[in-house]
Design a protein around this ligand. Sequence first.
Ligand SMILES: *[C@@H]1O[C@H](CO)[C@@H](O)[C@H](O)[C@H]1NC(C)=O
Length: 437
Amino acid sequence: MSLPLVLLSLLSVASLVAAEVRFSEIRSDGRPIIPFDEFGFTHRGRLELNITKLSLSGPTPDSPALSKVGFFLSTRDAWVHVLQQIEDGEINCVLGSDAVQKVYTFDRLPSLTTTELNYVYAEIDADQYTLVFANCLPQLKVSMSVRSAMYNLEDGNSNRRDYLSAGKTVLPRAFFLFSIIYFVLAVVWVNVLYKKRLTVHGIHYFMLAVVLLKALNLLCEAEDKSYIKRTGSAHGWDVLFYIFSFLKGITLFSLIVLIGTGWSFLKPYLQDKDKKVLMIVIPLQVVANIAQVVIDETGPFRHEWVTWKQVFLLVDVICCCAVLFPIVWSIKNLREAARTDGKAAVNLMKLTLFRHYYIVVICYIYFTRVVVYALETITSYKYLWTSIVAGELATLAFYVFTGYKFKPEAHNPYFVIDDQDEDAATEQLKLEDEFEL
Ligand SMILES: *[C@@H]1O[C@H](CO)[C@@H](O)[C@H](O)[C@H]1NC(C)=O
């Protein structure tokens, strides 16, 4: 596969957040292939098609010719096979291939003037499928309103429907569990703040806000997903989810910048260049969140979808790079201060802390952005939740590390340093200068 294709498939897996009931309008469309949605079926899968306002225009075809127009389901492997068959000239229409599963072809329409159609298709081969509409009659134009709902019936005798794709059906529970963990962390943090209240800085309250927003965001996501799982559509919770995810995004990036600059525990003010970083990151987070909403609410097969996905990735990469600068500046300042102001040990300790923080921020960004995408592409559709859970675990580890390393200290180690430490530190700095560590 070529690179753009690999990227595109990577992206489309990455954000099929919820394959819910979808409404699509098709107006006088002559496209030979119109993809709709992707969904992971179990062996009790169902596809419900409700078509209204159906009309065909162009030279009126006879009914048998309409077997070349209709809906089908295809796995990715089958699709590769079909493209090969077409290239080899074995078939001239996708619907002629036996690799795809024909759902409904228009030769089955009761009459050419039919405008409405309701159909349920039972899928018993568990796999990940894409619902596609094919029109192999070049002059025919199709108009219709399509409601497509894909779901799995739950195991056992029940007829309860599960509108979440096979690999995502555990997500509501996973998000709920993580939200409880963050609420517990928030309680622990309040406790720490209370005990060490004499050494608490502004940044520590800010951290509390970040953890609480993360917990609320996960809670809304859990509720949103579980509502989609039961009904196939999102409701009010998705708005709350977007609001909290927006606030969480802004506060988390600001927190990384503020800690990186050493605000409130190294220095009480922000320098101009630190403020500039914040002024870049915050508006970009606004853009990123708008992009996220559009990506979630439109299907992956619209034109705008790919554009917004690219906007989101670009903005995200810029934010991730921007937050590293303040940490690098702090490390540089501390190194210089250590050499000039004679308190080498104090500064060296801070220096080590900031270096660790720098490495951990990079690991966090790398893991949640790159490793998670990679996991998503290599895991089978049945285990798509594993990559999401891995990303959440990495995030949790990052929150815990940040809280632990920058917690309020009763015995501030920066000020209890004896001469021996001081000599050792000066030695180490000299060494560092020699090797430019
Ligand atoms: C869609 O079609 C199915 C199958 O005929 C039917 O059971 C269902 O009620 C229809 N839904 C809507 C919204 O029309």
